[in-house]
Write a protein that binds this ligand. Structure first.
Ligand code: GLU
Length: 260
């Protein structure tokens, strides 16, 4: 499926990056970084869209409860984003790869001139062999310039980078026809060619308390991506080595085919 894909966006959600208590899941991040580094070594270009800034800030500050207000979240993101980059930087350095931080706001992709500038930045970083690590600029974003979550951000990053595919690492195996946490007969949809009302109705509610996105935001992201010619796949991020299965052409997760 992606063996022929050179430029890959990998979106990693907070629930994949952190334990339930909010602290960073270093074992998983290490496995992710190792796999991504190996993909790079095999000749792929990887752009990471990473959540986890708010979560990492919350854990670092040892707050008694998860931030709820906008200002608390923005403050936690300011603390957590640098923490997150420090971890990525040191893990990628083990495999001799260089990371580059890009913090985006929605007004950038809405302005053709600024979008062009960021496209050039991505291309230059990829030519230089870096791994761009993208997040929303949470500490300064407010209504009107917000993506509303990193699922949406990953679709726009895919477009800005002219990616061949977006892989969305979730805390669930893919899109089910009903909530598998509630219904034992729920079945996994392995391929979606058209995102219609029926597919949207499979989305259910929000995800975990730590991430912001649920299946609905993932499907909306898939709609944006596929309508712009970029396929998207949702897989479970629990075991990062399963990324190799995709590379080996195995059908896992839910594949959203491109529309043009
Ligand atoms: N940008 C947020 C963070 O880094 C996450 C947004 C999301 O989970 O979609 O914490």
């Amino acid at each position: 499926m992606i063996s022929g894909c050179k430029r890959i966006v990998i979106k990693i959600g907070t629930s994949t990056l952190t334990y339930q208590n909010g602290s960073l899941n270093l074992r998983r991040i290490e496995a992710l970084v190792r796999t991504i580094s190996d993909f790079k070594n095999a000749g792929h270009e990887i752009i990471v869209v990473s959540s986890g800034a708010v979560g990492a800030g919350y854990a670092k500050l040892a707050l008694s409860e998860y931030p709820k207000t906008v200002e608390e979240k923005q403050a936690c993101a300011a603390v957590g984003q640098s923490q997150l980059m420090k971890i990525y930087e040191s893990f990628f350095a083990l495999y001799s790869h260089t990371v580059a931080q890009i913090l985006m706001t929605k007004d950038v992709v809405d302005d053709p001139h600024r979008l062009e500038l960021v496209k050039n930045t991505f291309n230059t970083l990829l030519q230089m062999g870096c791994v761009p690590i993208v997040n929303e600029n949470d500490s300064v974003s407010c209504d009107g310039i917000k993506f509303g979550g990193n699922d949406t951000l990953s679709a726009y990053v895919g477009i800005a980078c002219d990616a061949d595919i977006i892989i969305n690492l979730s805390d669930i195996d893919g899109l089910y026809n009903r909530d598998p946490r509630k219904f034992s007969d729920a079945t996994l949809i392995d391929r979606v060619d058209e995102i219609n009302d029926e597919i949207m109705s499979y989305a259910g509610g929000a995800g975990t308390s730590r991430g912001t996105g649920g299946m609905a935001t993932k499907i909306q992201a898939a709609k944006i991506a596929t309508e712009n010619g970029i396929p998207m796949i949702i897989i479970n991020g629990e075991d990062p080595y399963r990324l190799y299965d995709i590379l080996d052409g195995k059908h896992i997760g839910t594949y959203f085919a491109k529309r043009k």
